[in-house]
Ligand binder design. Sequence first.
Ligand code: C2O
Ligand code: CU
Ligand code: CU
Length: 497
Amino acid sequence: GLLGAGAYAANFAVVYNGRKLSNVGELSFANKVRIPPLLEGKPDGSGRRVFRLTAQTGESKLLPGKQTPTWGINGALLGPTLRARRGQKVSVSLTNSLPDATTLHWHGMHLPAEMDGGPHQMVRPGADWNPEWEISQPAATLWYHPHPHGSTADHVLRGLAGMFIIEDDEADRSGLPNSYGVDDIPLILQDRQFNDDGTLDLSGATFMQSLAGVGSPGVLGDTILVNGTYDPHVQVSTTLVRFRLLNGSGARTYNLGFTDSREFHLVAQENGLLEKPLPLRRLQLTPGERAEIVVAFKPGERVVLRSFEPELGLQFPTARLGGQEDTFDMIEVRARDRLTESRPLPDTLRGAPSAISVPEKARTRSFAFNSFTINGKSMDMSRIDEVCPAGEVEIWEVTGDAEVVHNFHVHGATFNVIEYAGKKPDAWLRGPKDTVRVPPGDTVRLAVALPPHTDAKTPYMYHCHILRHEDLGMMGQFTVVEPGTESGAPRTIDSAH
Ligand code: C2O
Ligand code: CU
Ligand code: CU
């Protein structure tokens, strides 16, 4: 790319002073982790579930003895966990009480583009937004966050994000732990940088600042928050616990494992359950990725969930994304002295295979990352980059920048990774996904099940989920139209709102 290693290293040094970061030994895990309140929506007269959300400013006690101005949904920091079942109609009523215009995007949700909460669905300060859709996809751990073009990093780092859990009959039948906050625990993993006075250091988080900081890996913090709790522990009371892990960070990748290297089981990726539990000791999550894991505990024990510096030879090549080489303790798990015996981990999690089947004549689209552009283009709100046939399966191949690690997220769709850097993907990458790490200088091939909802004038997004890269323009737009009508569909739209 245009950016030499020198510019990259210089910026890296600004963030890091040239050293690797670690918090190991610095934490006492003194604070009980906050569990976001669960909202299941109030049924209205017409059978919809109504969720009332207000985006607001507030103050949070994060670091000892300090107050931090933060943003949140229905509170000062982060938002409630929303939960709905497949087949339900949901209706959200969002009020924007922030000083800035923002949006709320349903990351991983299958829904019409108009309801998606992307950069075209801006909500002005003081205004409301009322999307409605039917939950039409299998059980999964999704999330929501703002998506205003150019300010997504700023808004997310101030604290706007939350989980959206979808349940269905198949997930019920799987027998996985599902008692929210007890044996089914959300863990939103984020890093932050603080100023001495306790305020968030958002430098580099806004679009103009990021222009000056092109080449830096994105906004990395030296402090870990889990569910918005600093120095956290979580108490568990059952022999098996399901953790829903979300990397909600701006740029940091986590290579997760436990300090005793115990085995755990991966049971779901971003868009739903695997066919059967997969034993692992390490799991990588790039920004925006989610995973559900089940971990066994013995009475009275304590173990720390840590992000490890990747070992050479591990399935992830050591990356040049800053932070990937750092070691961070995330949260201590404390098992009670008496544990309730859980149902055993099931052998199979789904009734039928979940793999997306790729038709022989599937069309291939290619996306090349280079110098914070995709196919040489920077995001333009009025340009439709790709027009796609509704409901079809396509191969999307994404080639990484040789110099900076990125990842790739597609709105409104589920994909399978069918090839990773020329090889069959490792088992832990084979589930239903919506975000994937892109190997630097190499290609990842995806089978993308495109959304069924046609709308020639409202695009979905695809982008790098390192938030500052996305804000810098590493994003493109696709519309979905009736198959066969692609060539007549508009390639530009009115983006003035
Ligand atoms: Cu999580 Cu387009 O984003
Ligand atoms: Cu998304
Ligand atoms: Cu990127």
